[in-house]
Ligand binder design. Structure first.
Ligand code: C2O
Ligand code: CU
Length: 507
């Protein structure tokens, strides 16, 4: 069957799964990554890179069942969504450096929806990266698939599907890689997952995408369907994000799966040092995070250590992670994740003493205190890239806009049906510089798979970085993980609209 026929046959069977299942149209076998001249995801170079990863031999075998679930978000809010094993966030996966993850994904999603799991931030073997049709064929409904890889860098990561806008369902969970020689000293830790929530409340992410995709131009056409704006958010403004903060109006903002009226609570003792591992699993919302009555000491971003910085609040885009240390005071304190520019927030509580909980709408003054942008952080000495001239420079222009919802890279919307059409080529062993040039009116959290780049000459090592409108940002990485890797905006809707590219190693 040629690809056009195959696509139309599959589309006919997709029904309501819509855009979320389009990636299922890959051919059989190893996905469509078999373009000549490129390192293949299942090729020898990938196996050789995996061989070099020091393993402990210890194997973790979680089963991750992706299935419909009715989620209790607190305060009487019930959401019919999709989740891993019935909970959002899914059960945290915690391993030690060098351990092998052998996770079995069981796809129990409805309506013939294909799925996958992407291990966000982990520099793993390319064929386990979970990007159909590039690194694997999508896992069909009713099927199982095992992801097996060594996690060889400690830090705070998470995982989610890489098909359509499934990222904006409840299908995500933290992945923590512990360091047995952890250099930080702290008494306890708490994983804090932020998420903007729509699914099963006002609609589904596929409905959101269908609406925003019509673009703002579509809103003014009038006539049937022209004016309906159920999900699109107008006028979300943030100075810190350089203007337009987001496209989507979410009815709820969750911390660890709870609404502010019935928040998650961490209980500890005054004087204790706690490491918070903060993950933004949202689809279209940056959060400004602060803990009332406390300073935060930033120790890591995107899993990698930075020179410590004391701040009042931090700004975290979709796909980013921050680890902070706090020394707990005595009382009850709000941990607030302000939906930047959206006039809404998520809430959790830290309780070390007696006292009444703050109101759900509390806004600690730290939110307006000192914030350090990621570009002002510095990589810790042990993870700073040795200085070296870039062997190759790629200009990655972020293009498109809200009017036509034509988000793209270098003016070309990525086509998941033909992913190797125009790859960004790199050579194994080279130092690569990517120049993000944001020509759009919006900020974009740009995520690279399989690598942790460095911002500038001495900035933090990250895999997801905010690029402000009309700004440019240069990032560097060593091409040491052969394969075919996505580079994209981690706004679920921008990425799906086409703000993606493929970074491919030359064979
Ligand atoms: Cu978290 Cu390509 O994604
Ligand atoms: Cu974007």
């Amino acid at each position: 069957m040629n690809s056009i026929n195959r696509r139309s046959v599959l589309l006919a069977g997709l029904g309501v799964a819509g855009a979320g299942a389009l990636a299922a149209c890959s051919g059989s076998g190893e996905g469509s990554g078999s373009a000549p001249g490129l390192v293949q995801p299942s090729g020898a170079a990938v196996a050789a890179a995996e061989k070099k990863r020091a393993g402990t031999g210890r194997v973790h075998r979680p089963t991750l069942t992706a299935a419909p679930a009715t989620l209790d978000l607190g305060a009487g809010v019930m959401a019919r969504s999709w989740a891993f094993s019935g909970r959002t966030p899914g059960t945290e996966l915690r391993v030690s450096v060098g351990d092998t993850v052998a996770a079995e994904l069981s796809n129990q999603l409805p309506d013939r929806t294909a799925t996958s799991i992407h291990w966000h931030g982990i520099a793993l073997r390319n064929d386990m990266d979970g990007v159909p049709p590039v690194t694997q064929t999508a896992v069909r409904a009713g099927a199982n698939h095992t992801y097996r890889f060594i996690a060889d860098a400690p830090g705070t990561y998470f995982f989610h599907p890489h098909v359509g806008v499934q990222l904006d369902r409840g299908l995500y969970a933290p992945l923590i890689v512990e360091d047995p020689k952890e250099p930080l000293s702290y008494d306890d830790e708490w994983v804090v997952v932020l998420d903007d929530w729509v699914d099963g409340v006002t609609g589904t992410p596929d409905q959101v995408f269908a609406e925003v995709k019509r673009g703002m131009d579509g809103m003014h056409m009038g006539g049937s369907g022209g004016m309906s704006m159920k999900f699109m958010l107008m006028g979300a403004e943030s100075e810190m994000l350089g203007g337009d903060a987001g496209d989507v109006n979410y009815p709820h903002h969750l911390i660890n799966g709870r609404v502010p009226a019935d928040p998650a609570v961490y209980r500890g003792k005054p004087g204790k040092r706690v490491r918070l591992r903060i993950i933004n699993a949202g689809g279209d919302t940056a959060y400004r995070v602060a803990l009332g009555g406390h300073k935060l000491t930033i120790t890591h971003t995107d899993g990698f250590p930075v020179e410590h910085q004391r701040v009042d609040a931090l700004l975290i885009g979709m796909g980013e992670r921050y680890d902070v240390l706090v020394t707990l005071a005595d009382g009850v304190f709000p941990l607030v994740a302000l939906a930047e520019g959206k006039d809404a927030a998520g809430l959790a509580l830290i309780r070390t003493g007696s006292g009444a909980a703050p109101k759900a709408t509390v806004r600690p003054r730290e939110l307006n205190g000192a914030i350090v942008a990621a570009s002002r952080l510095r990589a810790a000495d042990e993870v700073r890239l040795p200085s070296k001239k870039a062997d190759r420079v790629h200009r990655v222009e972020l293009t498109g806009g809200m009017a036509k919802y034509n988000w793209a890279i270098n003016g070309k919307a990525f086509d998941m049906h033909d992913p190797t059409a125009a790859p960004i080529m790199v050579e194994e062993g080279s130092r690569v510089r990517l120049d993000f040039v944001n020509s759009t009116e919006m900020w974009h959290p740009m995520h690279l798979h399989g690598h942790t780049y460095q911002l500038g000459n001495a900035g933090p090592r990250k895999d997801t970085a905010i690029v402000l409108p009309k700004q440019r940002l240069s990032v560097y990485f060593d091409a040491d993980n052969p394969g075919q890797w996505m580079l994209h905006c981690h706004n679920a809707y921008h990425g799906e609209a086409g703000m993606m590219a493929l970074v491919a190693y030359r064979a």
